[in-house]
Design a protein around this ligand. Structure first.
Ligand SMILES: Cc1cc2nc3c(=O)[nH]c(=O)nc-3n(C[C@H](O)[C@H](O)[C@H](O)COP(=O)(O)O)c2cc1C
Length: 275
């Protein structure tokens, strides 16, 4: 953190006139490219923003119901959708990003999405398409293991895995760019939480993972590109615990008292890996 402070900033590559890196990673002609339903064509029921914010909670148990391809497309649109490419050049997306650097690549570990085979994919944000990365069996178990055995990875319909392409940010901001990458990731995941509310789905952010292991599974080096954050997503179970009351009346529960019968028990994330 210390080295990301403004006082340590040196002249950036951008200031030195070094050409900027591409807006997204390319792909080989030999890979399978999958079309996604266009964002404008996806019908999603209206949801009150306040309700979505107040209902949001981390969901770690999911129903068996798959996500449709349209729903996945909607979640990708809400988290990284490209609204335009401007002359700088830069992308403008549905989330903010420091200097519009948008340094993330979104990988998807697909478990249950209609029309997609289980496996690992990467989102082409500008084209709004997917590329197949790996359909190797057992991948979900290995990703879960890299996430310290968290079951939500394997039981989810899909797990979003955001990888930062370091230089896309550092080219402009030097070491301070590392700080911005982490700030940017929060915006992306929060949009996923809220968008999921609109399609009856729940999300659990995942920050507890073994870096080398997960980077290895994605085939990235952990330096030029590294996994920064994950989130598991799945349809909510029918009999969901009632939403917590807002605003919570903290004063109503004396300190140290048990919450009392009937209070929905929360699947609290084990403290050994609590993020
Ligand atoms: C940066 C970050 C990392 C997190 N990592 C994990 C994780 O690895 N596993 C998990 O089950 N929950 C994880 N969470 C979810 C938190 O445990 C959860 O947000 C917190 O308990 C509050 O509950 P709520 O989201 O339902 O309000 C993470 C949340 C954040 C913001």
């Amino acid at each position: 953190m210390e080295k990301t402070q403004f006082r340590y900033l040196e002249e950036s590559d951008q200031r030195r006139g070094v050409p900027q890196p591409p807006l997204e990673l390319g792909y080989d002609d030999s890979v399978t490219v999958i079309d996604l339903p266009a964002p404008a064509d996806i019908e999603v029921g209206a949801i009150d923003l306040r309700k979505a914010i107040e209902n949001r909670r981390s969901v770690r148990d999911y129903s068996e119901q798959p996500l449709t391809l349209g729903e996945l497309s909607f979640l990708l649109w809400c988290t990284q959708g490209v609204k335009g490419v401007v002359a700088r050049p830069a992308t403008l997306r549905t989330v903010p990003s420091a200097g519009a650097r948008h340094a993330f690549e979104t990988y998807l570990l697909v478990n249950r999405v209609e029309g997609l085979r289980a496996g690992l994919y990467r989102f082409l944000a500008i084209e709004h398409k997917l590329v197949e990365v790996s359909l190797e069996s057992g991948l979900a178990d290995r990703v879960a293991e890299a996430c310290l055995g968290q079951r939500s990875v394997t039981t989810s319909a899909v797990a979003f895995i955001w990888a930062a392409v370091t230089y896309r940010m550092v080219w402009r901001y030097g070491q301070r760019g590392y700080r911005y990458l982490h700030l940017d990731a929060g915006h992306v995941c929060q949009n996923l939480y809220l968008a999921a509310e609109a399609i009856g789905s729940g999300v659990c952010a995942i920050g507890a993972f073994r870096d080398d292991q997960i980077n290895g599974l994605l085939g990235i080096d952990g330096k030029e590109q590294f996994v920064i954050y994950l989130a598991a997503v799945g349809k909510k179970k029918q009999l969901e615990a009632p939403p917590r009351k807002y605003p919570p009346s903290f004063s109503a529960i004396p300190q140290g008292a048990s919450p009392g019968p009937g209070t929905p028990s929360r699947n609290l994330f084990p403290s050994s890996v609590t993020a």
